[in-house]
Structures are given as C-alpha cells and as structure tokens.
Design a protein around this ligand. Structure first.
Ligand code: ADP
Ligand code: MG
Length: 294
C-alpha cells in the first residue's frame, strides 16, 4: 500500500522515509514516554519459517500440512504465508471454500469434503474444538521450547500442530537502546505465546516485566488503555490487522510501511523502511524540530 496520498509529510520526515499524517503528529511524538511494540513483523522480520509438523491423530503429516496450507493461502498473516509457502513446496494446494478468519485467532475453511480450522487455542474453542489434555501438553512443550505453535483441526478434531519461528530484525536491539536513551520505556505486546515473547524481549533488551503475551487484538487496545490510565503517553508501533485498533487507541500510532492497509490507515505515522531505527528517528526528529521552533 502507498499511504502517501493520505499523508501530509513534513519535508525532513519524507526524506527519511517517515510519512506523517498531519502537523499535529510531531507535537504528539514529543511527549510520548512509553513505546509499545508489536512483536511479529515489527520487532521481528515477520517472515516466519515452518520448523515442524506434529501429528496428533491418524493423518499423514503431508496431508495435515497440505490442508492447513490450502486454508492459510487465503490469509495475509505471516504465519499463514509461511504455512502456505511450505505446503506449496510439496505440490499445488487444493482450493479452499467458505473461508473465515479472526485476526489474532486463526482461520477456517472447507477443503474438498473436510472443514479445516487452524489457529490458537481460543480460536479452536470458538469453533467448538477442544484439544485433549495430552494434545494440549504437547503444544505447550513446543511453545516452552520457544516456537510459535498453531493447531490444525480437521472436521472438528485436532489433527496436530505446526511449529514456526521468526527472526529478530537487524537493528531492533540497537533501536530499542536508542528509544530508551530518548526516555521511552519499551513494552512488548503480542498475540504469540509467552515463551517466544520472552526470548525476543531478552534479545532486544525489553524487561520481562514489560512483556504482554497471548493478547487478543481487543486485549492490545486494553493494554494501551491501562498504560494511559496509569499516566503514560503511549506510542505504539505495529503492522498487522490485529494491531489497527491499538494503533488508533495509542497517543501516537506508528505503522510499518510493509504492514497491512488497515494498520497504515489507523496510524499517525508510517515508517517506509519498516525499522525500529526509523521509529527512534521519528521521535528524535520531532524533538529537534519542535526544539528549534520554540
Ligand atoms: P502478533 O501479535 O505476534 O502479531 P497475532 O495477534 O497476529 O500475533 O496472532 C496471535 C496468534 O493467533 C498467533 O500466534 C497464532 O497462534 C494465531 N493466529 C493468528 N492468525 C493466524 C492464522 N492465519 N493462522 C493460524 N494461526 C493464527
Ligand atoms: Mg505484527
């Protein structure tokens, strides 16, 4: 998406690849003291890779992967893209029909004569699917090992799960250090599981106490509200459909240029280079600019 038309950039910001929605925005960036960061696609590259297919029923791993891939092909989530790509490596994917999804939850569709549901535990639950204790323990063990694990169910029964991993962007750790030096407290906010979130936080220098994991898109909004209620002025950086409402709630919403259209539309500012370095730059720029005017 090219948000340029929506935005009235300031000259220096545009030169740096930072698109700003209006002059008021720079005023807002000056006062922020907390920066909430979405994990997937914001702190990490968002290019996920499938690590493993774990079968928990009477199905071949290749069939489980192919069914999941067919359904995920209709979703733009980084998890979905990784699963669809990986599955397509084994041959053309069958078509999916009657697709539905919940941001931050998962997907569901009909493939051939079966209904496939993929996503987190809460999404399975909403579709009336309950993993057994043994199945839940297997998924938890994979999560505790630091992977992102996604359930796959066929016709209402758990078939297994797929594990994925992601990489922290070059420069995320340095940028978070820079944001700290600007006086901002970094908070990590993610729909992904706690073990993965803690690993990423440790890599980039965010305190474990400032990690909010397993959060739904609505929960992301609540997390921002809570910080605001405690007196913080909050900037939030994100890229996903699941981040849009939180970006709108934040005092300053920042979207990654590679992000989804809804995230960009909800944000006050878009960084075209997709880096946290640019987020720090935007805040430095506003402080310098306004410092000169005053
Ligand atoms: P993040 O906050 O890290 O960007 P999301 O809120 O988008 O993560 O997703 C949270 C969780 O919801 C994922 O870790 C995954 O378990 C599940 N999920 C979301 N979208 C999908 C999808 N398309 N397929 C499978 N699982 C999904
Ligand atoms: Mg994201």
């Amino acid at each position: 998406a090219t948000p340029t038309a929506l935005l009235t950039g300031t000259g220096r910001g545009a030169q740096l690849g930072i698109l700003i929605r209006g002059p008021q925005v720079l005023e807002d960036t000056r006062t922020v003291d907390t920066i909430v960061l979405d994990k997937t696609g914001t702190v990490t590259t968002g290019t996920m890779a499938v690590d493993d297919v774990v079968v928990l029923s009477d199905i071949f791993a290749t069939d489980l992967l192919r069914l999941a891939g067919a359904v995920e092909a209709a979703s733009e989530h980084p998890i979905a893209q990784a699963i669809a790509l990986h599955a397509a490596g084994n041959g053309r994917l069958p078509e999916a029909h009657d697709f539905s999804s919940a941001p931050g939850g998962g997907v569901r569709a009909t493939v051939g004569d079966v209904v496939v549901t993929a996503g987190r535990t809460g999404w399975l639950d909403r579709n009336g699917i309950r993993p057994t204790g043994t199945q839940a323990a297997a998924l938890r063990a994979a999560e505790d090992a630091g992977t992102t694990a996604v359930w796959v169910a066929v016709d209402g029964d758990v078939a297994g799960f797929i594990t994925l991993s992601d990489t922290v962007k070059d420069g995320s750790a340095a940028a978070i250090g820079r944001l700290r030096r600007l006086g901002l407290r970094p908070v990590l906010l993610t729909g992904d599981n706690r073990a993965v979130a803690l690993q990423v936080a440790a890599t980039v220098g965010i305190d474990a106490a400032d990690v909010r994991a397993g959060v739904t898109p609505a929960g992301k909004v609540d997390a921002i509200r809570e910080l605001q209620a405690a007196g913080a002025t909050v900037a939030m950086a994100g890229d996903g459909v699941n981040d849009a409402a939180a970006l709108a709630q934040a005092d300053l919403g920042i979207a990654m240029g590679s992000g989804t259209d809804v995230a960009i539309e909800a944000a006050d500012l878009t960084v075209m280079g997709n880096s946290l370095e640019q987020v720090a730059q935007a805040i430095e720029l506003s402080r310098r600019t306004l410092g000169t005017i005053k």
